[in-house]
Design a protein around this ligand. Structure first.
Ligand code: BES
Ligand code: MN
Ligand code: MN
Length: 464
């Protein structure tokens, strides 16, 4: 595209400075103490969209945190790309494990990012990646090269399961109308081997509470005579997997899409070193469902994981107590064929059936989302592929991801359009973990590649 390298070169430092400004606001949607920060963040996003020349920039009310909307309509006859991203972030805990304060962004080099990476909560997920889109459109508008219409929809509740988006999308069907949805909120294989995410797993997230006696008890006076909720909860959890590390919930695998051996062989061609994988995590051995490779286990297979477990005494020293209650948060990642509502129900019924009469079990469903797949023959995928080929000089590999973005299946259902997942993060970027970062190479590569998506998508649309 015209003047692209020059434009990037001239504005590089400003882009980084502007990204830093976004990263300084702790827009943690999960924490009520950060309510004002999340609202401030929506305003910062709004301002940055006005600054690049978007029209109708607004902060749209929802039952929860607002959605920032903006558009640039050049011609109603041209195709329309809807860009989705999120301005909220995960909590920074455990804060003591960060090398720099999570909301004081800092550039440091790493082995994987010799040209530097921005360290801050949200650097990669998703402020850095969302901001690449704003800067790509800045370039297209400033150089008069925007080839089609663009709409932005940036939300503030993704990290808590997008509870307001069902309402928002259903109430703004006209406004959100588009030909394709473009999202950078995933990753790629490596900086020398780009990939395009073609699948996301669904999610079913549960919380269980096991109650024994009506109060905490002296573990000497009562120990052995009443059910200890923590002992029992542990026993119940251990029954959720079998010896082969498969999930034991009856019906869990019933509708799971089975890939053909050809499809699995195709997947296995993606570059991957199990040794490097183990080393990067300090593991002697990997662990998972028998009969599947690591990359299959974390993408095309459903899973069940305990995310947190608590109860009883956790303070210093020892306290002899049988707790009244024990709790756990349990999530299941789902693959095509599985319905999150059905799976939540199967889980609840099975989990209750595992409980002895000595305890009472309560089960709460948190958020959920359906799995998603993008076909590689979609013109959006083809446009993205051509864009990566131009900027990486290498063809991108289609790859299913293990993560979830529940809104994507909602978009498909309500807006009838497919999402193209052009993620520029790396698995080693530590999203949701301490020391999250985003490579400057990745940030600028994104800003360089995205404009080409618009060019090729507009061209390919003419032949549809
Ligand atoms: N951006 C991630 C999802 C992601 C990351 C997908 C990397 C693929 C590769 C998103 O912000 C996220 O964290 N999603 C949550 C689900 C949500 C309901 C809390 C997840 O996957 O745990
Ligand atoms: Mn994200
Ligand atoms: Mn996330």
């Amino acid at each position: 595209m015209k003047n692209q390298k020059e434009y990037l070169e001239i504005h590089k430092d400003r882009f980084i400075k502007e990204l830093f400004d976004l990263l300084k606001t702790p827009s943690i949607s999960a924490n009520p103490a950060n309510t004002q920060d999340v609202l401030d963040m929506a305003n910062l996003v709004k301002t940055s969209l006005i600054k690049i020349g978007c029209d109708n920039v607004e902060i749209c009310k929802t039952p929860g945190y607002p959605v920032v909307y903006a558009e640039k309509i050049i011609d109603p006859q041209s195709p329309t790309v809807l860009v989705y991203g999120h301005y909220d972030v995960q909590p920074a805990d455990p804060i003591e494990l960060w090398d720099n304060p999570p909301f004081k962004p800092l550039i440091k080099t790493t082995e994987i990012h010799p040209e530097g990476a921005v360290f801050a909560r949200g650097a990669c997920d998703d402020k850095g990646q969302m901001f690449m889109h704003i800067k790509a459109i800045e370039y297209l508008i400033a150089t008069n090269q925007l080839p089609c219409n663009v709409k932005f929809m940036i939300e503030g509740e993704e990290e808590i399961g997008s509870p307001s988006l069902d309402w928002f999308v259903k109430n703004h069907l006209e406004k959100l109308q588009n030909d394709v949805i473009l999202i950078s909120d995933t990753g790629m294989i490596s900086n020398t081997q780009p990939s395009i995410t073609t699948g996301l797993r669904g999610l079913s997230y549960m919380e269980v509470t096991v109650t024994g006696p009506n109060r905490d008890l002296h573990s000497g006076l009562y120990g052995g005579a009443v059910g200890n909720p923590i002992n029992i909860l542990s026993k119940m959890i251990s029954r959720l997997h079998n010896e082969e590390n498969g999930v034991t919930i009856p019906g869990f695998y019933k509708n799971v899409e089975i890939l053909s051996s050809e499809e699995r062989a195709e997947m296995a061609k993606a570059p991957f070193s199990l040794e490097d994988y183990k080393n990067s995590l300090n593991l002697k051995e990997v662990y998972g469902e028998a009969g599947y490779t690591t990359n299959e286990r974390n993408s095309i297979r459903p899973t069940l994981d305990v995310n947190g477990i608590w109860g009883g005494y956790n303070g210093d020293g020892a306290k002899t107590v049988i707790p009244s209650k024990a709790h756990a948060k349990i999530s299941m990642r789902l693959v095509p064929g599985q319905d999150h509502e059905e799976i939540s129900e199967l889980f609840a019924n099975y989990f209750k059936s595992l409980a002895p009469k000595a305890v009472l079990v309560e089960i709460k469903t948190h958020h959920g989302g359906h799995p998603y797949v993008t076909p590689t023959n979609h013109i959006g995928y083809q446009a993205a592929k051509k864009a990566y080929e131009a900027t990486f000089d290498k063809s991108p590999i289609p790859q299913r991801s293990g993560g979830s973005i529940p809104i994507v299946s909602l978009f498909e259902k309500e807006l009838k359009s497919k999402s193209i997942l052009m993620g520029f993060g790396l698995d080693s970027d530590a999203i949701h973990s301490p020391n999250e970062h985003f490579g400057l190479f990745n940030f600028f590569k994104g800003i360089e590649t995205i404009p080409l998506f618009y060019k090729y998508f507009t061209e390919l649309s003419k032949y549809e």
